[in-house]
Design a protein around this ligand. Sequence first.
Ligand code: NAD
Ligand code: TYD
Length: 350
Amino acid sequence: MRRILITGGAGFIGSHVVRLFVNKYPQHDIYNLDKLTYAGNLANLRDVENLPNYHFLKADIVDGEHIMELFKKYQFDSVIHLAAESHVDRSIANPMEFIMTNIVGTVNLLNAARHYWQNDFEGKRFYHISTDEVYGSLGDTGMFTETTPYDPHSPYSASKASSDHLVRAYHDTFNLPVVISNCSNNYGPNQFPEKLIPLFINNIRHKKPLPVYGKGENVRDWLYVVDHARAIDVIFHKGHDGETYNIGGHNEWKNIDLIKLMCAVMDEKLGNAAGTSESLITYVKDRAGHDLRYAIDSSKLQRELGWVPSLQFEEGIRLTVDWYLNNQDWLDEVTSGTYQQYYDRMYKNR
Ligand code: NAD
Ligand code: TYD
């Protein structure tokens, strides 16, 4: 029996990880620690919130003293750290929150783990969840491997790169038993509709313009969120201390091609004439420092730990569109109020 702390469990990826762990490991206590920012939503976890091995702790990882108290009280023996500010556009508008949560918050967790585990690392694990964006931008060819030098360009990716370095430093300097994974772009149910796929689904629903940055030629490598959660389960249990694992779907899409696919699926599901949603596409000012292409080589994870993605992309997109159309109350709830102000501000001058 373990006491596993999952940070950011009320967010998009975190909620899928919490669900998987609570259901799959009834013998383990799962503690979901989350500040409940705009991106955290306990409604994501309604189906597991009453299970006896699920516990929710409302806390801010930037508050180091509180984090220490929680480690003392609950004696976590492992951490799966997902809590972060995660949206590139917000990091351009307000870098400081990213520095605080992604860097200082991570160090607070490392310090607490080090403090409470220092006499006994046996059975302990600090698993840091990161992104492929730390590797920077690719040209037309090549892929990111675990040894690609870091070259982040946005405040978001720079803050995640910094946290990755600190996690490695705590391993190398203090022997903290850490493991890190860097994953490509996720999509699927419960993603906050500021990221490309849910934003465009929501805009099509409201017949609003679809703001394509630049020429729509940037390339991203998309992975279904449940496959990421499965990879996290495998790496948490079988990954080797001090190692990094890249996670990705070998599924590269140029933004504009992905958007056209989504438009076609939405037209079909909504019973629209072909081309209805595509007519909403609007080219807008490019994102500052916009990385051209991400593509991840996940062969180490496949070879060493046996993980492979389970879903084809077209199937994943259909499942995703179905989920958002069947959960329009969720979308309406998270897009009301302060989100509306964010949207108006973010897209006003594009
Ligand atoms: P998200 O923005 O949907 O969720 C983040 C969660 O962290 C929210 O529940 C939020 O309330 C919580 N949080 C934020 N600041 C906090 C703080 N100071 N204290 C405690 N909780 C706080 O993010 P996501 O897309 O689910 O990403 C989760 C992790 O995975 C992040 O570390 C991100 O860098 C990484 N990642 C994301 C992607 C992606 O495509 N979304 C890809 C690779 C890696
Ligand atoms: P996003 O979902 O923000 O993920 P990331 O920037 O972390 O990869 O964006 C995915 C791609 O879609 C990225 O190239 C930026 C682009 N994009 C748009 O063209 N329009 C939008 O409104 C958004 C949010 C993103």
